[in-house]
Design a binder for this molecule. Structure first.
Ligand code: B1M
Length: 233
């Protein structure tokens, strides 16, 4: 996609906002973590809010990577580099998205389900939940039902969040929910699910409380459901 490389030595700070954002899409595509970090700092310095940088520069860049991955133009090693560059930018934005200073409004345990190693979206959801005032225990990737149960036992969360990016791993969410039902724990928890191949119908079919199409909706839904539950109690 991009003809530019680090050796071309582009003066990122000299670019307009629009050109810098476009350059970030290219740099993400090329997996250039240092350039992504530098550009993230530049946009912050220009007064861009963290969520705008996240959505317009990083998530949009990753969407473009996803299209070429789907079409067989990019392969796993390149996509891993892009993911690494994305994480470099996210690490800078994380404290800004999470900074509320308030007492946690609830506790969340979240993980990418067994068999699935995609974690960018799930980490974004975790960040947005932190930003919305939740305490979040992020279990990482490839999380099996026993790991979810152990984390629930340890952290006594209000909410369990599950992420899946593969059509082959999304059914595992039902395994976790069915186990919660079997153990008599389901009614004490709000279960949220998300990930690109899911939809609302799937969320309902497996018995989740809500399907969340993106991180912002996940944070809003978590807040709304926890308020509703506390009001009803
Ligand atoms: Co993978 N991969 N991948 N991949 N990968 C997809 C998902 C795919 C759609 C690509 C494609 O073909 N177009 C395809 C899945 C096809 C399918 O099942 N329908 C695919 C495939 C096939 C694979 C492999 C099988 C490839 C292979 O090995 N041949 C393999 C599987 C590995 C495994 O998991 N066992 C694989 C591997 C990889 C990499 C390791 C290279 C890398 C992951 C790196 C990482 O995550 N650390 C990778 C990537 C990066 C992608 C794409 C390109 C981008 C995913 C991403 O990060 N998106 C992806 C294509 C795509 O989705 N367009 C693809 C950006 C992120 C911000 O969005 O994750 O959707 P997303 O999260 C959103 C929402 O979905 C939602 O909020 C997030 C933020 O708004 N959300 C939640 C997500 N989780 C939530 C949880 C919630 C709520 C909301 O809980 C409450």
């Amino acid at each position: 996609m991009s003809d530019e490389t680090a050796e071309d030595d582009i003066d990122l700070a000299g670019l307009s906002d629009e050109d810098l954002t476009a350059q970030m899409h290219d740099d993400l595509y090329d997996g250039l973590v240092e350039e992504i970090e530098e550009a993230t700092h530049i946009l912050l310095g220009r007064g861009w809010p963290a969520d705008r940088i996240l959505n317009e520069a990083l998530v949009e860049g990753m969407r473009m990577v996803g299209i070429d991955f789907r079409d067989g133009i990019l392969f796993v090693p390149e996509v891993l580099l892009a993911a690494n560059a994305m994480k470099g930018g996210m690490a800078i934005l994380r404290p800004l998205l999470a900074e509320t200073g308030a007492k946690p409004i609830g506790t969340v345990v979240i993980g990418t389900v067994k068999g699935d190693i995609h974690d960018i979206g799930k980490n974004l959801v975790a960040m947005m939940l932190e930003g919305a005032g939740f305490e979040v225990f992020n279990l990482g990737i490839n999380t099996d039902v026993d790991e979810f149960l152990a984390a629930i036992d340890e952290h006594n969360p209000d909410i369990v969040g599950m992420s899946a990016l593969l059509t082959t791993t999304m059914p595992y969410m039902k395994v976790v929910i069915d186990t919660l039902v079997e153990k008599g724990m389901r009614d004490d928890l709000i279960v949220l699910v998300g990930g690109a191949p899911l939809n609302e119908e799937f969320g309902e079919a497996i018995g989740a409380d809500a399907y969340c199409p993106d991180a912002a909706v996940a944070a809003e839904t978590a807040g709304a459901l926890i308020t509703a539950r506390r009001t009803a109690a």
